[in-house]
Design a protein around this ligand. Structure first.
Ligand SMILES: Cc1ncc(C[n+]2csc(CCOP(=O)(O)OP(=O)(O)O)c2C)c(N)n1
Ligand SMILES: [Mg+2]
Length: 343
C-alpha cells in the first residue's frame, strides 16, 4: 500500500517569491540534505556514536516553517531528529557537527550529542530524546512570551514559538494537554506535526483512531491545517499565516505537514518494514528537486546558480567535519560542569 491519503493541492500561482527568497530556501534545504548525508558517512565510518536520526526527505518542513520566523528571536523546539531544525535556526554547521562528534566546541559543549542540540543564541529550545517531550517545553516558552507581554507590560515580548514533533508523538497525552492549554490561553505557538507515516516500525494508520491529525485541533477550538510537506512554498505559506495569527494574539495553529523520511528511523535501522513502492512514491516527490524545478521554471534561478549553491554548501559541510575532527574532547575534569546553571 502506498498511501490512501492524497496530498492537499496547493496553487503556486498566488505565490509571491523573490529570487533572493527562493535561493535562501534552496540553500537551507540543500544544507539540510548534504549535512545529513555527511552524517551517514561519518556514522558508518565510526566517527559518531549512539543513535543518529536523519531528516532526509523532510527538509521542506524545517525550511518552510523556520524561515518564516524571526531568526534569533522566535523559539523553536525539536525532537531527536533535530540536526536540520538546528541548521535552519542558524546554528553553524561546525557547531552541530562538533556536537555529533562529542566535542567541546559543539553547540551543547559535546555533552548532548545528536538528540540534544541546544542554542540559547538561536532560541533553539532543544532536541528531545523522549517522544513528545518538547511539546510542554515549547508551550511553556509561548506562555512566558504572552505573560511577559500582557502581565508585565513588555511590548517587545511578541515572540512566536514553533514546536516540531512526529505523528507518533501526536498520540501521546502531552500533545492533548498542551493543545488544550495553548488554545484556552491563546498562546503564540505553532504546533508542527511532521507526519512521515511511521513511528519507527509502527504505521501511523495502525496507531491512531483519526489519522488526519490536523482535525484534532478542532476539539480544542484551534485552527488546524494540513499541508503538502514536500512542497516548501506550501509550507511557507501556511507558516506565515500561522505566525501572523500568533503574533496578533489570535492563538495557536496545528499544522500537519504530510512528509516522508527517505532513510530508516535511525542509522541503526535496516529499514525493512516500509515497502519499496511506498519509498519510491515519496522519493518521486523530493522537495529539493521540486523547488529546483520551480525556481528554474519561474526564471528565479538557472542551473549553474543552483550548482554553485550546492558546491558552497558542500564546502561548508566538509569544513564542519574538519572543524569537528580537530576540536578537543571535553575535559574529564569538567564532567559535572553545565549540570547546574553558572553565574
Ligand atoms: C516517551 C517515549 N516513548 C517511546 C520512545 C521510543 N521511540 C523513539 S522514536 C519513536 C517513534 C516516534 O515517531 P514519530 O513521533 O512519528 O517521529 P519520527 O521518528 O517519525 O520523526 C519511539 C516510539 C521514546 N523515545 N520516548
Ligand atoms: Mg513519524
Amino acid at each position: 500500500m502506498v498511501s490512501e491519503r492524497t496530498l492537499p493541492e496547493f496553487n503556486t500561482v498566488s505565490i509571491q517569491l523573490t529570487k533572493a527568497e527562493g535561493l535562501m530556501l534552496y540553500e537551507d534545504m540543500t544544507l539540510g540534505r548534504l549535512f545529513e548525508d555527511k552524517c551517514a558517512e561519518m556514522y558508518y565510518r565510526g566517527r559518531m556514536f549512539g543513535f543518529v536520526h536523519l531528516y532526509n526527505g523532510q527538509e521542506a518542513v524545517s525550511t518552510g516553517i523556520i524561515k518564516a520566523l524571526r531568526p534569533g528571536e522566535d523559539y523553536v523546539s525539536s525532537t531527536y531528529r533535530d540536526h536540520v531544525h538546528a541548521l535552519s535556526c542558524g546554528v553553524p554547521p561546525r557547531e552541530v557537527m562538533a556536537e555529533l562528534f562529542g566535542k567541546e566546541t559543539g553547540c551543547s559543549k559535546g555533552r548532548g550529542g545528536s538528540m540534544h542540540l541546544f542554542s540559547e543564541k538561536h532560541r533553539l529550545l532543544g532536541g528531545y530524546a523522549f517522544v513528545a517531550e518538547g511539546i510542554p517545553v515549547a508551550t511553556g516558552a509561548a506562555f512566558q512570551s504572552k505573560y511577559r507581554r500582557e502581565m508585565m507590560g513588555d511590548d517587545s515580548a511578541d515572540q512566536v514559538t514553533a514546536c516540531f514533533f512526529g505523528d507518533g508523538a501526536s498520540n501521546n497525552g502531552q500533545f492533548f494537554e498542551c493543545l488544550n492549554m495553548a488554545s484556552l490561553w491563546k498562546l503564540p505557538i505553532i504546533y508542527v506535526v511532521e507526519n512521515n507515516k511511521w513511528a519507527i516500525g509502527m504505521a501511523h494508520d495502525r496507531a491512531t483512531s483519526e489519522p488526519e491529525i490536523y482535525k484534532k485541533a478542532s476539539v480544542f477550538d484551534m485552527v488546524g491545517v494540513e499541508v503538502d510537506g514536500m512542497d516548501v512554498l506550501a509550507v511557507r505559506k501556511v507558516a506565515q499565516e500561522a505566525v501572523d495569527r500568533a503574533r496578533a494574539g489570535e492563538g495557536p495553529t496545528l499544522i500537519e505537514a504530510l512528509t516522508y523520511r527517505f532513510r530508516g528511523h535511525s542509522l541503526a535501522d535496516p529499514d525493512e518494514l516500509r515497502s519499496p513502492d511506498e519509498k519510491q512514491f515519496w522519493g518521486n516527490k523530493d522537495p529539493i528537486q521540486r523547488l529546483e524545478a520551480y525556481l528554474i521554471e519561474h526564471n528565479l534561478a538557472n542551473q549553474s546558480e543552483l550548482d554553485e549553491i550546492k558546491q558552497k554548501v558542500q564546502a561548508s559541510v566538509d569544513d564542519a567535519v574538519k572543524f569537528a575532527e580537530e576540536s578537543p574532547e571535553p575535559d574529564p575534569k569538567e564532567l559535572y560542569r553545565y549540570i547546574f546553571a553558572e553565574d
